[in-house]
Design a protein. Structure first.
Length: 102
């Protein structure tokens, strides 16, 4: 009986020790799935640069300048009309971008 209680205590201690590690290992996957979407028609250059891969501050400023000059984007594909933005960059970021035309 004492041996069974001892084994139960050891098992519980191991379970409590390793459960937080297993939960921590899952956290990065959860956070990447919860990336916030960027409204390309209202975001400023700093927000665009921070949210999109392959877009630095200079390219983000080009996006804002294009939007101010030609009006809001009607589709994500129109980003290739911005100087310095190619199809590969648009495809890499497609899941992060939304178009809101208010």
């Amino acid at each position: 009986m004492k041996r069974l209680l001892w084994l139960n205590a050891v098992f519980t201690a191991l379970l409590l020790t390793f459960t937080p590690l297993a939960m921590a290992a899952e956290s990065p996957a959860d956070t990447t799935q919860q990336e916030s979407l960027l409204d390309i028609n209202s975001a400023d250059a700093a927000a665009i640069a921070a949210a999109l891969d392959g877009i630095g501050l200079v390219k983000a400023q080009e996006i804002v300048a294009h939007r101010e000059m030609f009006g809001k984007f009607r589709s994500i594909d129109e980003l290739v009309e911005v100087r310095g933005i190619g199809v590969a960059t648009v495809e890499k970021n497609r899941q992060r971008i939304v178009i809101v035309n208010n």
